[in-house]
Design a protein around this ligand. Sequence first.
Ligand SMILES: *[C@@H]1O[C@H](CO)[C@@H](O)[C@H](O)[C@H]1NC(C)=O
Ligand SMILES: *[C@@H]1O[C@H](CO)[C@@H](O)[C@H](O)[C@H]1NC(C)=O
Ligand SMILES: *[C@@H]1O[C@H](CO)[C@@H](O)[C@H](O)[C@H]1NC(C)=O
Ligand SMILES: *[C@@H]1O[C@H](CO)[C@@H](O)[C@H](O)[C@H]1NC(C)=O
Ligand SMILES: [Zn+2]
Length: 459
Amino acid sequence: MPSLIFLLLLILIITSTSTLEFRYHSNREIEQILTQISLSNPDITHLYSIGKSVRGQQLWVLALGLRPRQHTLGIPEFKYVGNMHGNEVLGRELLLHLADELVQGYRSGESWSVQLLNSTRIHVLPTMNPDGFDEARTHCQYSQGRYNSNGVDLNRNFPDAFAGPKNQRQLTEKEREAEVRAVIGWLQTETFVLSANLHGGALVASYPYDNSNGGSEQVHRSSVAPDDDVFVHLAKVYSQNHGSMHRGDVCNDGLTFPDGITNGYQWYPLSGGMQDYNYIWAQCLEITLEVSCCKFPPVSQLPVMWTENRKSLLAFIKQVHLGVKGQVFDSSGHAVRDAIVEVEGRTNLCPFRTDRHGEYYRLLLPGNYSFTVRYPGHQVLTETLEVPYGPNHYTAMKHDFHLRRAVDNATQATTSRVSPTPTCNYTTGVDSSGTLVVHAWTELSMLLALVAAVQSMMC
Ligand SMILES: *[C@@H]1O[C@H](CO)[C@@H](O)[C@H](O)[C@H]1NC(C)=O
Ligand SMILES: *[C@@H]1O[C@H](CO)[C@@H](O)[C@H](O)[C@H]1NC(C)=O
Ligand SMILES: *[C@@H]1O[C@H](CO)[C@@H](O)[C@H](O)[C@H]1NC(C)=O
Ligand SMILES: *[C@@H]1O[C@H](CO)[C@@H](O)[C@H](O)[C@H]1NC(C)=O
Ligand SMILES: [Zn+2]
């Protein structure tokens, strides 16, 4: 029956090219859409779950790339996370449209899509809090649906490098929510290089740190990360490519953000946030995007909001190609894991290390940088690299480090001053050569933080 086969093929073609509607989709529909995309595009997509919500809903991730199923040497891993707060819903739809757009662009041979998917593995998690979404009311400001099914704010539930006996309390493992455990586990499966986390209730790109304990990172009212210059650049790439975010005062709520960006702590301090966790513990530079003044925008506004965000979403992904990438080899030519790769002048709380492929990725703005590489039994290697601007060519500069065996104890590198990334623990304070010193918060800064948090109505 060739005509039947033809008919089936036609149906398949029609359904696989049907356009995604501008409306809100239920969790079930998101699952169906992602499944549909992955079945129609098995060559460039891969659907997987990172775990389940408290009520047992799968946390689906669609990976897109020319090798979507596994990591490829030299191809950086990128991610977008939506709907962490269940009532901040625009991110869900933006990420569905983004996945759709990338796939359609690739199918029609558009170079921006082909080049992006050829150079990057892009992971998209449209909803991190499906249970919260199910409770959300279509209201612009109320917080119903913000929390997960246990009533917990997921963006306060991550381990916090700044929390400690004298600061906010460190949560115990038992207090860690299912959705947060899923993300922490996800971060251990790959070395993600760049990420953004989509919220609503404001229009601004916010970057780490979100927290501080009054150590040297606190500068005036900001909490400044070692890679502050890179974070400011990343946030500006989003805001300046966005239809209106760069204006900084769009929401008519009395808040003004110069260039449409802000240091997270300066806006309002928070403990247990996801972006600080990504950066400090998983060496993934993450920023928080507040993409709509209204947390649950009217359906009629979705097409305009997609248009406003489309270019920024794509431009931000390309920034994963900033800086330098490569491998570290030991004296017998093997790529080694857990070699410490540091850049002078930017000492990370948990030093960046090579992953299980012996790879490192280091996002840097163009300039000259002095790299120091340490690995047990080998001489400390220091090299200066001249770093160009990579995003326009869809690749960071490639540079491998080749280590030489230590000839005596004096030149031998030691990594004992730090422990491996997942257990990197600085909550008790380190001396000035190390990093961070714990100070008690003064009553005044507590009060300021509280006032700021209330003013911002929490996004
Ligand atoms: C993918 O990128 C490689 C270089 O990294 C290039 O040789 C190849 O032609 C590219 N393929 C496509 C389809 O653009
Ligand atoms: C980096 O170093 C090179 C060679 O020493 C020099 O020509 C160049 O101007 C430097 N670039 C910057 C941004 O300092
Ligand atoms: C090197 O260190 C080891 C122990 O770490 C020690 O036993 C040995 O004597 C040292 N050698 C030299 C040349 O200092
Ligand atoms: C950090 O170390 C302290 C003391 O060893 C321990 O009590 C605390 O639980 C650790 N925190 C984390 C997040 O591992
Ligand atoms: Zn939020």
